[in-house]
Design a protein around this ligand. Structure first.
Ligand SMILES: *Cc1c(COP(=O)(O)O)cnc(C)c1O
Length: 702
């Protein structure tokens, strides 16, 4: 079975009767989902007839069945009663009160707290099983509004029950993809004639329910003796067979827009609105966001979940993400392979100190990184963010020159228009004007700046482009420890794409002047520019390489600084040690996810995807070039940029993007730009481009 990688699927399961086979169907659907590589959440909102699990413990019998079928599925119940009877009666005996709105809310909360690709909710009894004197389970399904599957027992009398249920589902306006027929009893024995009649009834049941119920038979589940076997191997085989029979049902389920979708009674909606407003107010009053004022913060929206290329907001809307969460989410959000790596690592060792201890996730990741990195890099330092990786790179360079007996080589050289992070050392090599130098002028070390490389990526190379840099090195080279820059694409400093020949010249000059070359590929690494690393455009290798952002596919914070063997050994040649060691160095969770992300790159289609995105962005953004206020339109790899001739009103245009086009694009300065996850589909790219074009046409950016 192949899955479109996209939004999660939600569905409720009800039966024509108590013993129609609901639980077996639910468990088998969970198994089918798990077998297809999905994360699965199964919820039994109300369970009666708790079973004892020894040690005075008790459990919900249906949860045990789910776990038997799909051990990796998360199974939850909201209320568990001891008495084996109807929920309203069990509740009354235990002095409890059931109400439909609370159950529906509970289901939504469980769903939000346990994000999964597939969420199954099993009812209790049939649709009209009472919860209290006024409500039935049907009210819970109605409040949730999720697709409802009917499990119909294929037996004498089954047609009547199935048709009544389907009629009620339709009357309540609950979406229903169809029904599943189950054989709850073995094929009857007896005389051959009886046998034929029984078979005929079964076949006829399916056809007549389909016709009279105006519904589709989604699957038929035969009676599987193995499900009741005492040994788990036989049960496992039977579950796998049941899952195969039901897998088509899952494929047919619509990808849902929101676990919060469906209808809520007026007062619940009011309560929710109050809660949402309080959350935003607290956020405004007490929490800093990137580069914002505590007094006049920019507006914020509440995100509740992510999947694929979409971000879901509290109000139920979804936005197509054009930013990949600032370059990170290259495979899209919650990719099953990354989630699986995270869960697996969390189960054994989320974190352990790296001083004096090592672990497999770190070693495996280092092996992979060095195997794929530009030639000559042999040593890895795992840091916890990009800025820290840059600090470490700068320290490496300074320590290396010191150890080499050249303490006078203690300045850093860079080009204007760069961005390398927000910590002190990193800030000192950011662009001195768009960066934050003026605020920290007394504290920041003064570095050397060459002009921004002016030669465009897509224009013929002009040899004089590097003249100013050459002059600077001729004058100051003796005191330069290292030159740091972003290869080919300058990101947050202006989204500028320069010619690879310039980078090749930089490599030559560094070697000539005995200064190390540090390449900051935190934004460009892992395929974004069409090459695995942007320095491949120039066919060069740095002495030190910084990686981050996309390293874990956007799941965890992790960065790495790679060094050549010469640099690594040089630092310690005189007995010195590299002076850095963060608390969360080489965090195992992050390393495990990064390993899985690199596997996806190694085995996946990133190259074709990035080429495809580049093509679509070129087509989609081309019309922008003629619009009023546009200074330049440029595309490289999976990065599309529209540069304006004056600053953009970030808040206004972001609002326009979200409200009018359902896209998440966050401009800064004079730039509107996108760098979507590589899994984005063509039509979604077109939506991003149309949003930018629309903002230009309608003047929504000014
Ligand atoms: C984002 C970025 C950094 C800083 O990384 P953080 O994880 O935000 O500290 C450094 N260099 C470049 C090129 C970046 O894009």
């Amino acid at each position: 079975m192949s899955w479109g990688y996209g939004m999660p699927r939600f569905c409720c399961i009800t039966g024509t009767d108590t013993d129609a086979g609901k639980t077996v169907v639910t468990a088998a659907l969970a198994r089918a989902g798990a077998d297809a590589g999905l994360s699965v959440l199964v919820i039994k909102p109300v369970q009666t007839g708790a079973v004892s699990t020894g040690d005075m413990g008790r459990d919900a019998p249906d949860l045990l069945v789910y776990r038997d079928a799909a051990p990796h599925a998360v199974a939850k119940t909201l209320v568990l009663f001891d008495a084996a009877c109807s929920p309203h009666l069990a509740a009354r005996r235990e002095g409890a009160v059931l109400d439909a709105a609370a159950l529906a809310r509970g289901v939504r909360e469980l769903t939000a707290a346990n994000p999964a690709d597939l969420v199954l909710v099993e009812g209790a009894g049939g649709l009209l099983t009472p919860l209290n004197e006024e409500e039935t389970l049907c009210d819970v399904f109605s409040l949730l509004g999720w697709p409802l599957l009917l499990v119909a027992a294929n037996r004498l009398g089954g047609v009547n029950h199935a048709l009544l249920s389907l009629e009620l589902i339709r009357a309540r306006g609950i979406p229903s993809p169809g029904f599943i027929l189950t054989d709850c009893i073995p094929q009857p024995g007896g005389a051959a004639g009886d046998h034929d009649v029984a078979r005929a009834i079964r076949r006829d049941n399916r056809d007549i329910i389909t016709a009279l119920g105006r519904s589709s038979c989604l699957a038929e589940l035969p009676f599987l003796e193995g499900l009741g076997a005492a040994d788990s191997a036989s049960r496992n085989t039977a579950w796998s067979e049941a899952a195969r029979a039901l897998a088509p049902v899952l494929v047919g389920l619509p990808e849902s827009d929101s676990p919060g979708a469906g209808r809520a009674p007026a007062e619940t909606r009011e309560e929710e609105r109050t809660r949402d407003a309080a959350l935003i107010v607290f956020d405004r009053e007490h929490i800093w966001h990137p580069y914002t004022s505590a007094l006049h913060p920019l507006a914020c929206r509440e995100a509740v979940s992510t999947q694929g290329v979409r971000i879901r907001l509290r109000d139920g809307r979804e936005l197509i993400d054009g930013m990949a969460s600032w370059w990170c989410a290259i495979h899209g959000y919650r990719h099953p392979a990354l989630m699986a790596a995270l869960r697996e690592q969390a189960a054994s060792m989320p974190h352990v100190m790296f001083g004096g201890l090592t672990h497999e996730p770190a070693v495996a990741l280092a092996r992979r990184l060095l195997g794929m990195a530009p030639a000559g890099l042999e040593h890895v330092f795992f840091a916890d963010s990009g800025s820290v990786a840059v600090e470490v790179a700068l320290k490496m360079a300074l320590q290396y020159q010191q150890a080499a007996g050249k303490p006078g080589k203690n300045k850093l050289l860079t080009v204007r228009g760069g961005y390398h992070g927000d910590t002190m050392g990193a800030m000192s090599v950011c662009d001195p004007e768009t960066g934050m130098h003026s605020l920290f002028s007394g504290v920041l070390p003064r570095q050397l700046f060459a002009p921004r490389p002016a030669c465009r990526f897509d224009a013929p190379y002009d040899e004089s482009s590097s003249a100013a840099l050459e002059a600077l090195l001729d004058a100051e080279g003796a005191c330069v420890a290292a030159l740091i820059l972003e290869p080919v694409v300058q990101g947050a400093g202006g989204m500028w794409f320069y010619h690879p020949r310039y980078l090749r010249r930089v490599r030559e000059l560094c070697t000539e002047h005995d200064c190390l070359l540090i390449l900051d590929e935190i934004a460009t690494g892992f395929g974004r520019t069409g090459k695995l690393f942007a320095c491949e455009h120039a066919g060069i290798s740095p002495d030190i390489l910084c990686l981050g952002k996309g390293l874990t596919g956007g799941v965890m914070t992790l960065a790495a600084t790679l060094a050549s063997g010469d640099v690594a050994r040089g630092i310690s040649a005189g007995g010195g040690v590299l002076m850095h060691g963060p608390t969360f160095m080489a965090n195992p969770l992050a390393c495990a996810v990064a390993g899985a992300s690199l596997d996806l790159l190694a085995n996946g289609n990133w190259k074709q995807d990035v080429a495809r995105i580049e093509q679509r962005l070129r087509e989609g953004l081309a019309p922008c070039a003629g619009e009023e206020g546009v200074a330049d339109v440029r595309v490289l790899g999976a990065i599309g940029v529209v540069e304006m001739d004056r600053p953009v009103d970030t808040e206004r245009v972001q609002q326009y993007f979200a409200e009018r086009h359902g896209v998440w694009i966050r401009p800064f300065g004079q730039l509107m730009y996108v760098m979507p996850p590589y899994v984005i589909r063509d039509e979604e790219i077109m939506t991003l481009c149309a949003a930018i074009a629309g903002a230009l046409r309608e003047g929504a950016w000014k």
